[in-house]
Write a protein that binds this ligand. Structure first.
Ligand code: GLY
Ligand code: MN
Ligand code: MN
Length: 442
């Protein structure tokens, strides 16, 4: 699979060499690092999860030298502490590359790999150390010009050639995304089930993340948002510390990552298991907009038009709810709707939760194509202190988010197993208990 990805990359390169770095490790505190996750581009091309590695794809080189990896050598002493390293000798076969070198040889060997190419694909500006290593190699490679040989005259973002490949999901990407979606569904269902007044946001988070962790998802796709009551109106709320009150809505925006692919789901439900009339009215407005926007996710419609549909339906509801004065077209034109709907309706989803791929092509919004996956996530957020809003609606925050695969046969909602109809949500909320023992829950 990773070899196929490299092959497809090479097909898109002309007179070019490409250099990709593994994600650097990040210090958390003192000698402890944050959990390591490989860079998505690097993983897409190698399947290799160790830090401190560099992939070079150099199709202009003679056969047997076209794909090289620089990596950490074996080190029995370090391996006792940190676990086994692949090492230089085993790398060619394990990774399907032509050559492997000790990372310490990068400065000496990288210049040769650059010779003979006109363009260097490298993600300049992300990490100063990587920039420095590549600039040094580039400068050194120029010596070859004396012998009349080409060296790169331009540095181009590798996303230009690589990210179109990530944007259209292949079968293996989709298999991972379906699995991530299925595990995320279990987690959301569990969080709904154990919801009750008095439960804390972090307890819902733990119940949800357990469901996917125990089934092999190694991490969240992004930090889980569990916002109850007024916290539902904080778009990137992450404290997750509040205790649920009887009349609260709970907004959970969370998804696991499986096989280096993300899921990204939001559901909003009542702590008590019953929406109040005001909550239901806002909820159904968002649901209506979400369904209309999802139906619009078909090949040929532009990415922006999905947002436009959501804004239209939401704004009509805002007028009906008494949040805005009509007519709705005027509130769309003067962007009055942004008071209650201030974010976009979705984004590409894939290896990264906000995935790569251009949203515009030559200045125009990009038409959707089969194989793209995007989120559809409208919401309405009425601040608790918004004196312009009808009193009954103040403090209500609702978002509903699903992951949608565009297909020739229409939208395929990967996360459809997570209830979102009012009756289904109400039936599930409070149907189980956290079952903490007395000592642990006090
Ligand atoms: N959870 C991040 C987002 O919905 O975009
Ligand atoms: Mn989300
Ligand atoms: Mn999202």
């Amino acid at each position: 699979m990773f070899e196929r990805h490299r092959h497809r990359l090479v097909e898109r390169m002309t007179d070019a060499v490409a250099v990709f770095f593994a994600a650097p490790e990040q210090v958390r505190n003192n000698d402890v690092h944050f959990d390591y996750r490989q860079d998505s581009d690097f993983f897409f091309l190698t399947g290799f999860e160790e830090p401190e590695a560099v992939l070079v794809v150099a199709p202009q080189r003679p056969e047997g030298e076209r794909v090289a990896i620089f990596l950490r050598p074996r080190d029995p002493e370090r391996e006792v502490w940190d676990g086994k390293r692949l090492g230089v000798d085993a790398a060619p076969e394990a990774l399907g590359v032509d050559a492997a070198h000790d990372l310490a040889e990068l400065g000496e060997k990288l210049p040769d790999y650059l010779v003979g190419a006109r363009t260097l694909y490298f993600a300049l500006g992300q990490h100063a150390e990587h920039d420095e290593a590549v600039m040094a190699a580039l400068a050194k490679s120029r010596r070859a010009r004396r012998e009349g040989r080409e060296t790169p005259a331009a540095i181009v973002d590798p996303g230009e050639v690589l990210h179109p490949l990530r944007l259209i999901k292949d079968a293996s990407a989709l298999a991972s995304m379906r699995k991530a979606a299925a595990l995320t569904a279990l987690g959301h269902r569990r969080a709904m089930a154990v919801t009750a007044p008095g439960v804390h946001e972090y307890q819902l988070q733990a119940a949800m993340e357990y469901e996917w962790a125990v089934r092999g998802a190694r991490r969240q796709a992004y930090p889980s948002i569990v916002g109850s009551g007024p916290n539902a109106c904080v778009l990137h709320y992450r404290d997750n510390t509040r205790r649920l009150d009887e009349g609260d809505l709970v907004l959970v925006d969370a998804g696991c990552e499986f096989g280096y692919h993300a899921s990204d789901v939001t559901r909003t439900w009542p702590a008590s298991g019953r929406f109040t009339d005001a909550q239901r009215a806002v909820y159904e407005a968002v649901l209506d907009a979400q369904k209309a926007a999802i139906a619009h996710c078909v090949p040929g419609n532009t990415f922006d038009s999905v947002h436009t549909v959501a804004v239209k339906v939401l704004t009509e509801h805002m007028v009906k709810l008494g949040l805005l004065e009509g007519p709705a077209e005027d509130r769309i034109a003067d962007e009055g709707y942004k008071r209650y709907y201030m974010h976009r309706t979705g984004h590409w989803l894939g290896m990264d939760v906000h995935d790569v791929g251009r949203y515009h092509v030559e200045g125009d919004s990009r038409p959707l194509e089969a194989g793209m996956v995007l989120t559809v996530e409208p919401g309405l957020y009425i601040a608790p202190d918004d004196t312009q809003a009808p009193e009954a609606l103040r403090g209500i925050g609702v978002r509903i988010e699903d992951d949608v695969l565009v297909t020739a046969d229409g939208p395929d909602v990967l996360t459809q197993d997570i209830p979102k109809e009012v009756a289904d949500v109400e039936a599930l909320v409070g149907s189980a208990s956290l079952a903490l023992d007395e000592a642990a829950s006090s």
